[in-house]
Design a protein around this ligand. Structure first.
Ligand code: NDP
Ligand code: 8X3
Length: 251
């Protein structure tokens, strides 16, 4: 049975992807910091497929390496890594935000993603043809907007790291894809606004954002393509989201 390791499986895209992979019969390694949510998901999916729940902060390189090293035999042959754990903070303009929030985004979205990738690469290469790394980037990695500052820059890193990984993995059979979603209704905005439920509800009100299941479907689609196909980047927006004209400062 193929095995997927998903970071950030306690919410949003990660949790929806876990459910979708389980429906396809994949064994799952579910990770995140909130143990009770991981256990609840394991209880939900554990009758369907083999599930290992690992409480893990992706920012902790040593803990990540140890957890991967200690994977039980049944879960060692990971075939798909979904690097999904991530967050945005500090939606205010760059000149007004707390430096700590920038560091948290860099530590999670960049350092955390490379920690997990580095630990899993030997396993994925052992799995060979058909294995994949699916990195969750964002439209914010390609398109600037106010308040995106470090968040968008971390996602630009995810895009370029994905392409560069492909070069180095040439010949191993391991595929790499950057999936770049647009506006999606998850806990993302609640986290970004540090718990402001009203702000989160307002952002998604009166429009039709993507749902976690929409991106989960793309993740599983990419992971289950024939082994000779690599989608390099998949940018997905809701129909009701598009770009704006340039902002011009006038006297
Ligand atoms: P959610 O807030 O719903 O989920 C984020 C997940 O990341 C949670 O499971 C959380 O788990 C996990 N996570 C955060 N920090 C850490 C950490 N240090 N260690 C381990 N896990 C962590 O948001 P989304 O599902 O929307 O976000 C998933 C990814 O999608 C992120 O990378 C985000 O940047 C990206 N994205 C989101 C978009 C959106 O509009 N929603 C659009 C484009 C991209 P826990 O707190 O339990 O650790
Ligand atoms: C999150 C999507 O549009 O809020 O990555 O930047 S957006």
């Amino acid at each position: 049975m193929p095995i997927a390791m998903i970071t950030g499986a306690t919410s949003g895209f990660g949790r929806a992807a876990a459910r979708r992979f389980a429906a396809e019969g994949w064994s799952l390694i579910l990770t995140g910091r909130r143990t009770e949510r991981l256990e609840a998901l394991k209880a939900e999916l554990g009758d369907q497929v083999e599930v290992l729940a690992l409480t893990l902060d992706v920012r902790d390189a040593e803990a990540v390496a140890q957890a991967v090293e200690a994977l039980p035999a049944a879960f060692r042959g990971v075939t798909c890594l979904v690097n999904n754990a991530g967050l945005a903070l500090a939606p205010a303009p760059a000149q007004q935000v707390d430096l700590k929030d920038w560091h948290t985004m860099i530590d999670t979205n960049i350092t955390g993603l490379v920690n997990v990738t580095h630990a899993l690469l030997p396993r994925l290469i052992e799995s060979g043809a058909g294995a994949s790394i699916i990195n969750i980037g964002s439209v914010a990695g390609s398109w600037p907007y106010p308040g995106s500052h470090v968040y968008g820059a971390t996602k630009a890193f995810v895009e370029q790291f994905s392409y560069n990984l492909r070069c180095d993995l040439q010949g191993t059979g391991v595929r790499v894809t950057d999936i770049a979603p647009g506006m999606s209704q998850t806990e993302f905005t609640l986290v970004r606004t540090k718990g402001d439920q009203a702000a989160s509800d307002k952002l998604y009100a009166g429009t039709t954002p993507l749902q976690p299941e929409d991106i989960a479907a793309q993740i599983v689609h990419v992971a289950t393509l024939p082994a000779h196909i690599n989608i390099n980047r998949l940018e997905v927006m809701p129909v009701r989201q598009a770009w704006s004209p340039f902002a011009i400062d006038r006297d």
